[in-house]
Design a protein around this ligand. Structure first.
Ligand SMILES: Nc1nc2c(ncn2[C@@H]2O[C@H](COP(=O)(O)OP(=O)(O)OP(=O)(O)O)[C@@H](O)[C@H]2O)c(=O)[nH]1
Ligand SMILES: [Mg+2]
Length: 317
């Protein structure tokens, strides 16, 4: 099984590399056609060539290939000497590149907020409270597939099915997790802080941080169930949170990793507890997460105040 996965990954890498190479070559081949474009588009193509990554090369091909001209696009390029059938194949490839570029552009302007965590930890309850949605919740009602909810034209929320197996989460994330630029890990507390639980959250963190620009916040949930007991024992939620952070960071130090979880990205929460009671115990709620999400969305490039407000409110669509 492992070998099969390895082989598939290496074939996917090969396909990726071949695709990138084809796009690069086509961008170079069509560059002499730049004179056919109007002045602003000529400047755009020159700017794109200053940073020749896959996205920019796709855009260059898209701009330089004129759909109406068909095979005439190849005049003054060596592709002009090919037989007609080969030219047709190249045109088909270019059409595919244009479509892939459209998809890439759509994804690039979208912000996905993914909610992950074990079964029954309160993910759907959080989504409902945050965005006033009505996803099914309950200890015997399980979200069975990643469910996308559109909040604004640019922000979508993904309610992931809870699974206690990290292997399963890892698989889901390798398929569709790379899309999420903001992830909320929602995990229910056992009421006490121990290394096993902190290790589990750290493992979640590691599993979902699939790309460098992915932002993650951690909600250790259901503290309302333990607040009274804690108080009787003379402990506070703030102490609990600090112990979690310390233990999570111990996990990273032990494995020789210099990554550290930031205090402002961890919340001890409860989605069901009455607001006054929550405040009395120092437990975080929707309003605190709303502020954190706004800060992260701002950092991800959403700067318009109305857009930000809409992103953390009831869907406007
Ligand atoms: N006390 C308390 N109960 C909660 C909280 N959040 C959720 N619950 C309850 O926990 C149960 C599970 O909540 P869901 O929101 O359905 O959990 P989920 O994480 O979406 O579960 P799956 O979809 O199965 O992965 C429900 O009965 C909720 O009412 C919370 O913050 N505090
Ligand atoms: Mg659910």
């Amino acid at each position: 099984m492992y070998q099969l996965k390895e082989r598939m990954n290496s074939r996917i890498n090969l396909a990726d590399e071949s695709y990138a190479e084809i796009v690069k070559v086509l961008a170079e081949i069509f560059t002499p056609r730049i004179g056919h474009l109007d002045e602003p588009h000529q400047t755009e193509v020159r700017d794109l060539k200053d940073d020749p990554n896959l996205f920019n090369n796709e855009k260059t091909v898209t701009l330089l290939f004129d759909e109406n001209l068909g095979a005439q696009n190849f005049s003054k390029t060596w592709l002009n000497d090919c037989i007609e059938a080969s030219k047709e194949v190249v045109i088909e490839r270019i059409r595919m590149i244009k479509k892939i570029h459209e998809v890439r552009k759509t994804i690039a302007t979208q912000c996905f907020i993914g909610i992950v965590g074990p079964i029954n930890s309160g993910k759907s309850t959080f989504i409902n409270a945050m965005w006033q949605l009505n996803s099914p919740t309950g200890s015997s009602v399980h979200t069975d597939k990643p469910t996308i909810r559109k909040i604004t034209e640019t922000v979508q929320v993904v309610d992931y099915p809870g699974n206690n197996s990290l292997e399963c989460h890892s698989r889901t994330f390798s398929i569709c997790g790379a899309m999420n630029n903001l992830i909320v890990i929602n995990i229910a507390t056992s009421g006490d802080v121990n290394q096993d639980e902190a290790d589990k959250i750290s493992e979640y963190y590691k599993t979902v941080s699939v790309s460098d620009d992915c932002r993650i916040i951690i909600c250790i949930n259901k503290w309302g169930l333990f607040a009274e007991n804690l108080r009787n024992e003379g402990k506070t939620i703030a102490e609990m949170k600090n112990r979690y952070i310390e233990k999570m960071n111990d996990y990273y130090s032990k494995s020789g990793n210099d990554f550290r979880i930031r205090e402002e990205d961890v919340f001890c929460t409860d989605w069901k507890m009455d607001d006054n009671r929550r405040r009395e115990f120092g437990i975080s709620g929707i309003q605190d997460i709303r502020e954190s999400l706004r800060a992260h969305l701002t950092a991800l490039g959403i700067s318009d105040e109305a857009q930000l407000e809409a992103s953390v409110s009831s869907p406007s669509l």
